[in-house]
Design a protein around this ligand. Structure first.
Ligand SMILES: C[S@@+](CC[C@H](N)C(=O)[O-])C[C@H]1O[C@@H](n2cnc3c(N)ncnc32)[C@H](O)[C@@H]1O
Length: 198
């Protein structure tokens, strides 16, 4: 998966890494910043997705310009899956569309522009979910996604170390949920990995 990353994917990843780095330096307003995961988090995410069940939906909540989705597309390609990714803001969804076209992964990624909260119930069997939206929504997403995770299904949430104080409700729900095991990986801004018990 990592030995043969297609050149169009690598080129677009590098382009987005440069834009994201500039965003962080020049005071771009928060709503316009890409707020991407780190490359290291991308590798871990792809690795985890490649280990998720292939029966059931693979999804991402919070596409931004499609950087994390590019990492996930590597796993999707390897496992013969499609990733469904949700982005709330039309301008970001337009950038993501450009990303998937430039990286030639449009066949592996289905982009949905809109609030993912209105769509989770359309997916009764979720095998993999990467949650990377606004932190105050994590608890609500967990309540919607948790019941639909299939046995051995994975839910991975970003920012659980740097935003720990904003995620108390979400983290308590995870702690109290006896249907899952979870660990926190000190990678990037902190990845929480939940696996549904069989
Ligand atoms: C941290 S950024 C995602 C970064 C992206 N995962 C990456 O690493 O390339 C969060 C994104 O989630 C989007 N978002 C926030 N709430 C959402 C919702 N309810 N449904 C879909 N997208 C949402 C925001 O517009 C923003 O683009």
């Amino acid at each position: 998966m990592f030995h043969q990353i297609p050149k169009p994917v690598l080129d677009r990843m590098h382009q987005l890494e440069e834009i994201d780095a500039l965003d962080r330096q020049d005071g771009t307003p928060r709503s316009q910043r890409l707020r991407q995961i780190t490359p290291e988090s991308g590798r871990v995410l792809a690795f985890l997705a490649a280990s998720a069940p292939t029966k059931g939906t693979w999804m991402e909540i919070g596409t931004s310009a499609g950087y994390s989705a590019l990492w996930l597309s590597l796993a999707a390609r390897m496992r013969g899956k499609t990733l469904v990714t949700f982005e709330l803001l039309p301008a970001k969804a337009a950038l993501a569309k450009e990303t998937f076209k430039a990286a030639k992964v449009s066949g592996l990624v289905e982009l949905k522009n809109g609030d993912a909260r209105g769509h989770i119930s359309d997916y009764a069997e979720i095998a993999f979910c990467f949650l990377d939206a606004e932190k105050e929504m994590y608890a609500e997403f967990y309540e919607r996604i948790g019941p639909n995770l299939i046995p051995d299904g994975l839910l991975v949430a970003d920012n659980v170390i740097n935003h720990r104080q904003n995620l108390e409700k979400f983290l308590s729900l995870v702690e109290e949920d006896e249907t899952i095991d979870h660990i926190t990986l000190p990678v990037g801004k902190g990845l929480l990995v939940c696996r549904k018990l069989t």
